[in-house]
Design a protein around this ligand. Structure first.
Ligand code: SRM
Ligand code: SF4
Length: 522
């Protein structure tokens, strides 16, 4: 053992490979990888560094990669949707897309030899997948009806775009923020219903008025929350930073917080690297002071209360916009899965009936805005709405699911298809008077956010009759919207094969579901 080895704390594997070569450096090597092929690539480049450009090697489907885009505020154009559809269409049965729990799109079936062409196509329509995985800032979420909602307090779309542009250098990649200690989630909302789940982000901006001297001096801005996160070992809701910012300072505050996290965040143990661990170690006051030092000015103390005072909406159905004569229509996309034909069709509907704009929600659904009153009735007869309904059944309406075992090697269980099948069965047996939000997640990483659900199902392995089976831990009590708080685990280790009657009972006892009358035929 050398002297250096005894005196220098050893870097974990991730910190080591990041120090050897920045993830973003592989942007210049895409052509080379495409001609080499995935099997001949350096394994660290293939399995890890490619994630810096949003390309994920899938050990479950080797050779067929996943691509994670960035969709600031969950907004895209029909033109962009069509390009995404063209990309996955090429892969036939292997190719489709998933809407994610961060208002984003992931593509499936991608082959490495196609990457140069795909990146060219993306660039031509202003799409980017840069810095969407590993130790980077994830897609920045915003209110899905920003700019449409008559009750919003501020239109956050531009701010979300500015934050993304700062972090990614307008989508080209920004090495200032490509070596964070861990992933980082940002949300910003000025709606009244906390549609972004502010409380589960490392950094969130929620609407709040700061009172001035006189009545007329009420100024709009955001209270700041920090440190929210889920991980296999620990889940925490974000806590107030005791800071309020006017909209014009939001980007600078994001930068300051990211710089503190980048330069002072904990890197030794990846299970203890998210922002909250640094806040724990320093205390909130020191953290706030360090942010002020980076910002170059003092933060204003938080407004006494925020303006999140509504229950959370799901945006499924037809709603009037603040623009007279226009409507937005939310379509329920079961577990967020889109096939190429669906994507072409969504693009067409947005063009024919709307303004070519498409929006995504953190519930993995689609919104088509700007549909004129005069076109609405015809829009509602479109055949796509038979699959992506505006009045889906109660459980289908709020169903969310992470990727699960079909593509994710962390998964302990299959999720999306199982979730759909089970909900169908329950809906055939029960009637509902209340909405019930069920979230499935394939492992404790919690990508499907079981802690925000009325009923959260987290994949696990269970033993039954001497066999290891797929099972779930059940979470309950997640509250979203105003006064949001996280649900907790109430039952552990239910085998999936025994789950349906357990859910049935939970729905009857806790959510007022009733068994359908048996149909008697003579
Ligand atoms: Fe996630 C890792 C999918 C939202 C917490 N997540 C992964 C990976 C990349 C693991 C992998 O390489 O296989 C999954 C890719 C599977 C695949 O092929 O799709 C994955 N996460 C997802 C998505 C697609 C779930 C979905 O079906 O919607 C979501 C993509 C969001 C996006 O567009 O960027 C997704 N992941 C989340 C969320 C929810 C959120 O952000 O609101 C969380 C919990 C919140 C949080 O991060 O604090 C989440 N994902 C994780 C973690 C645990 C992080 C930690 O600190 O330990 C991991 C594992 C990791 O990073 O080590 C992870
Ligand atoms: Fe994969 Fe687990 Fe995330 Fe589901 S929760 S996508 S299984 S890492």
């Amino acid at each position: 053992m050398t002297d250096t080895a005894t005196t220098t704390p050893s870097l974990n594997k991730f910190e080591k490979f990041k120090a050897e070569k920045d993830g973003l450096a592989i942007k210049a090597e895409i052509e080379k990888f495409a001609s080499l092929g995935w099997e001949a690539m350096d394994e660290t480049d293939r399995d890890h560094r490619l994630k810096w450009v949003g390309v994920f090697f899938r050990p479950v489907t080797p050779g067929k990669f996943m691509m994670r885009l960035r969709m600031p505020n969950g907004i895209l154009t029909s033109h962009q949707m069509r390009v995404l559809a063209e990309v996955v269409q090429r892969y036939g049965e292997d190719g489709y897309a998933d809407i994610t729990t961060r208002q984003n799109i992931q593509l499936r079936g991608i082959r490495i030899e196609d990457l140069p062409d795909i990146f060219n196509k993306f660039e031509a329509v202003g799409l980017t997948s840069v810095q969407s995985g590993m130790d980077n800032v994830r897609n920045i979420t915003g209110d899905p009806v920003a700019g449409l909602d008559a009750d919003e307090l501020f239109d956050t779309r531009e701010l979300v775009q500015q934050i993304q542009d700062m972090i990614t250098n307008n989508g080209a990649g920004n090495s200032e923020f490509t070596n964070l200690p861990r992933k980082f989630n940002i949300a910003i909302t000025a709606g009244r219903d906390n549609s972004v789940h502010a409380e589960i982000n490392d950094l969130a901006f929620v609407p709040a008025f700061k009172e001035g001297q006189g009545e007329s001096e009420r100024q709009f801005g955001f209270n700041i929350l920090v440190g929210g996160f889920f991980s296999a070992k620990r889940c925490d809701a974000a806590i107030p930073l005791n800071a309020w910012v006017p909209p014009e300072d939001v980007v600078a505050v994001c930068r300051a917080i990211l710089e503190v996290f980048r330069d002072r965040g904990l890197r030794a143990n990846r299970q203890k690297s998210r922002l909250m661990w640094l806040i724990d170690e320093w205390g909130l006051d020191k953290f706030r002071l360090e942010v002020e030092n980076r910002l170059g000015k003092s933060l204003i103390s938080a407004a006494a209360k925020d303006e999140i005072d509504w229950e959370k909406r799901d945006h499924i159905g037809v709603y009037k916009q603040k623009q007279p004569g226009l409507n937005y229509v939310g379509l329920n996309v079961p577990v967020g899965r889109l096939f190429a034909d669906d994507m072409f069709e969504i693009a067409r509907l947005a063009e024919v009936y709307g303004s070519s704009e498409i929006r995504l929600t953190v519930e993995q659904n689609v919104i088509i805005p700007n549909i004129a009153d005069t076109r609405l009735a015809t829009f509602l007869t479109e055949s796509l709405l038979e699959r992506f309904k505006i009045e889906p059944n109660t459980l289908t309406r709020s169903l969310v699911s992470c990727t699960g075992a079909q593509f994710c090697n962390f998964a302990l269980i299959e999720t999306k298809n199982r979730a759909l099948a089970m909900i169908k069965e329950l809906e055939s047996e029960l009637t509902f008077t209340l909405p019930v939000r069920i979230h499935w997640t394939g492992c404790p990483n919690s990508c499907g956010q079981p802690q925000v659900a009325d009923i959260g199902l987290m994949g696990t392995k269970v033993r039954k009759n001497g066999k290891t089976l797929e099972g779930v831990d059940i979470y309950m009590g997640g509250k979203v919207g105003k006064e949001a708080h996280l649900g907790t685990c109430v039952t552990k280790g239910i085998p999936c094969e025994d789950l349906q009657p357990v859910l049935r009972q939970l729905l009857i006892e806790n959510f007022g579901a009733r068994a359908k009358e048996a149909v008697i035929s003579y």
